[in-house]
Design a protein around this ligand. Sequence first.
Ligand code: PLP
Length: 394
Amino acid sequence: MSILKCSEVINLDKKYHMNTFGDRVPVSFERGKGLYLYAADGSRYADFMGGIAVNALGHVNDTVAAALHEQIDKVIHTSNLYYIENQAVLAKKLVDISCADKVFFANSGAEANEAAIKLARLYHYNRGDGFKNEIVTAVNSFHGRTLATLAATGQSKFHEPYKPLVTAFKYVLANDFEEMAQAVGEKTCAIMLEVIQGESGVRPLTNEYLSKVRRLCDEKEILLIFDEIQTGMGRTGKMFGYENFDVQPDIFTLAKALGGGVPIGAVCAKDFCSVFAPGDHGSTFGGNPLACTAALAVIKVMEKESLVKNSEKMGVYFMDRINKACANKIKEVRGKGLMIGVELFTEAKPIVLEMFKRGYLCGSVKNTVRILPPLIINKQDIDNFTEALGGVLS
Ligand code: PLP
């Protein structure tokens, strides 16, 4: 049972927590199961935001919960001074199911991207290429909030107060190959892209663009990094977003759904650029027994329940349903799998609040409603949501 009322939580938060999140949706959840979250007063919400693409299995999946309970009773953290069984097993698993050969574990998306940025610079440093330290990223990208990853993020609103930036980033319009080709120069060590830009409103890159970028990287001998923090782990209807395209990255990063809610990030790389040597990088918590247990259990459930396939199938159904239920009330539906953006003619935030009042959680960026449900959803869940959305938009 909760001890505090939601209004009391809000008062405490306003007084003692830094105001990074502004006025949040006025609810504090007590528990969750599957698609649903429950507030202390018993009210139930269908969670189509999935903890911002984290809760791929829904809330409190039985297999993951059991694995975590068992691990907590054994050992939670030992440090990377010692070998960690589940860290080694998880690294092998990620290699087995992806194009990568080696993995390093971090604790968050931003940290995984920091590691990828360091890896790209180190790769060229080790080759004796001089200081190739510049990375080209896309306008409207989002790569995190540490000093390097906010600089990598191609949105100036994140930069202003933190100047001077870690300067070695150039930003180009997504899907404009000419601009990309011109931006790559003597100092470029890598290109870093989200295959579908998430935080700026669900904007997919095209296969043609990504194929050309891949060829450019090969010609110039620079690294292609995909930030798969949001698109990874089945979100787009494939285990990794790049599988939707005819392109493989040299390095890709994961976080969000990897641990199903337990913080873990990963940088995954091909052998030739897995150049971290002892002392080059590290982490106290990264890849600890608890986090790796969570990730192994998440992948096990995804495979056993064919959730990536479900993401692909339900994604197609979802977009079709939105188009039908909301025709004439929306500008466009974008996305892949269960990473969906619905662009409206007006600001999306009031719509998201109306959906909340009707028991549905989703997100907003400017005019776009963001939908990131767990990969376990079925047609009935989707019908309920789209009907509610159609009603709210009316
Ligand atoms: N990269 C992408 C594509 C993201 O969507 C996010 C978070 O939204 C991040 C990086 C940062 O991840 P984290 O918040 O775990 O640091």
